[in-house]
Design a protein around this ligand. Structure first.
Ligand SMILES: Nc1ncnc2c1ncn2[C@@H]1O[C@H](COP(=O)(O)OP(=O)(O)OP(=O)(O)O)[C@@H](O)[C@H]1O
Ligand SMILES: C[C@@](O)(CCO)CC(=O)[O-]
Ligand SMILES: [Mg+2]
Length: 400
């Protein structure tokens, strides 16, 4: 007997080094953060498929007949065979959101809705259901909201399909087996392609498996972090979309192939150095401080190269200058063009974390820099780094 209901949650991420260059074959390093996107699916007996995006107060509803018309051929879904959505199929899916009145300001959501529809029909066919999405992640801000959405959705869909053999009696959040995570990751990548155009796969991979990873051309190395990194995250609140930024870097690469190849090669070395440093244990406080200084320097170098790629922004530059006044180094994270910036908080600042969600900072320096950044209209927070990846829950009573 299959299960009727499931919830899945997947984390967002920060990229410590290597964004954009990773699309062109360089190494990158990323870690999960403790902010999640959750998807719940409840099969129903009606003849509609509903998608509720709770945070945006948006609700989509399609008669099953309409879905069959637009996306024929999924009467027998094949959840164990990840399939790419061709550009022709994407085009033919447009009528699905045309009648749904997406407000102009939220039009970027259309690609997320199409990714949903592709993943749903491929794994569940035309079953009526209500799918509910909630997220703690800011959308389009560099923290991997698109990947967390695709991973949580693929996780929930596969957990309800025959390709997963799960023990439904388990209580609370449970992890899937590695082979199942591999399948979720492949499906989430297909969703990311619909949203991003040309994703490297790093975001969905770190969201699926969690912790910290080194990633190069689809090859994953799970890192054993021996360095506790504390990062301040500043959201410039300037909206942007990853697809356009990734395309912009590719165009620059076509115009200046040799120069950009050198930039990507430099980023590759930075990511590898960073990965080595993170994995080497520090034997005493002096060694720990030296390691942090190297991390800071590598972040600063990576930021310079991101500027070469054309993905910085005046607000990002403001964050860099503001933090530098306090001798703190920063770099953009994710696709740039606005979005979030990371600032390393060295342990010597003696930062105290009392609560992972509402972190209370004891450091005078951090208090001052946060106040100055917030006076510019930015939003600062500290997230836990390197936690679990995708988890699912069949326990109807569990709320969190
Ligand atoms: N909770 C969600 N519900 C529906 N769609 C979502 C959700 N989260 C993300 N998306 C889709 O992903 C898009 C944002 O993805 P985008 O890749 O541009 O930014 P990001 O993933 O937040 O940042 P980055 O890719 O730099 O890490 C949204 O416009 C929407 O289409
Ligand atoms: C900009 C990018 O490198 C990271 C976005 O988080 C795109 C990708 O790797 O898919
Ligand atoms: Mg994204």
């Amino acid at each position: 007997m299959g299960k009727m209901e499931v919830r899945a949650r997947a984390p967002g991420k920060i990229i410590l080094a290597g964004e954009h260059a990773v699309v062109h074959g360089s190494t990158a390093v990323a870690a999960s953060i403790n902010l999640y996107t959750s998807v719940s699916i409840l099969f129903s007996h009606g003849d509609t498929l509903k998608l509720e995006l709770k945070d945006m107060e948006l609700e989509f509803s399609w008669p099953i007949g309409k879905i069959k018309e637009v996306l024929p051929g999924f009467d027998i879904p094949s959840p164990s065979t990840p399939l790419s959505c061709s550009s022709g199929t994407l085009k033919s899916m447009e009528p699905l959101y045309e009648g749904q009145n997406i407000p102009e300001a939220k039009i970027a959501l259309a690609s997320g809705v199409l990714a949903f529809m592709w993943l749903y029909t491929n794994t569940q066919g035309y079953k009526p259901a209500t799918v509910t999405v909630t997220s703690e992640l800011p959308l389009g801000a560099g923290l991997g909201s698109s990947a967390a959405f695709c991973v949580a959705l693929s996780g929930a869909l596969l957990a309800l399909s025959e390709s997963c053999e799960l023990d439904y009696s388990q209580q609370g959040w449970v992890a899937l087996r590695n082979s199942e995570l591999d399948l979720v990751n492949k499906w989430a990548f297909e969703g990311e392609k619909i949203i991003h155009g040309r994703p490297s796969g790093i975001d969905n991979t770190v969201s699926t498996y969690g912790n910290m990873i080194q990633f190069r051309s689809g090859e994953i190395t799970r890192l054993k972090a021996n360095t506790p990194l504390k990062m301040l995250i500043t959201n410039t609140k300037v909206g942007r979309n990853t697809k356009a930024l990734v395309a912009g870097v590719s165009e620059r690469t076509l115009r200046h192939p040799e120069a950009m190849a050198s930039v990507f090669k430099a980023v590759d070395s930075i990511s590898k150095d960073l990965s080595d440093i993170i994995q080497t244990p520090a034997l005493d406080d002096i060694a720990a401080t030296e390691k942090e200084e190297k991390v800071e320097e590598l972040m600063e170098m990576n930021q310079g190269l991101l500027q070469c790629m054309g993905v910085s922004h005046t607000t990002i530059e403001t964050v860099l200058h503001t933090t530098l006044k306090y001798k703190l180094r920063s770099k953009l994270t994710g696709a740039g063009g606005g979005g979030c910036v990371l600032t390393l908080l060295p342990t010597k600042l003696d930062v105290l974390f009392l609560d992972p969600y509402n972190s209370v900072l004891s450091s005078i320096v951090v208090d001052k820099v946060v106040a100055e950044l917030e006076s510019c209209g930015f939003q600062c927070f500290i997230a836990g780094i390197g936690g679990n990846g995708l988890e699912v829950c069949f326990d109807d009573n569990a709320q969190n």
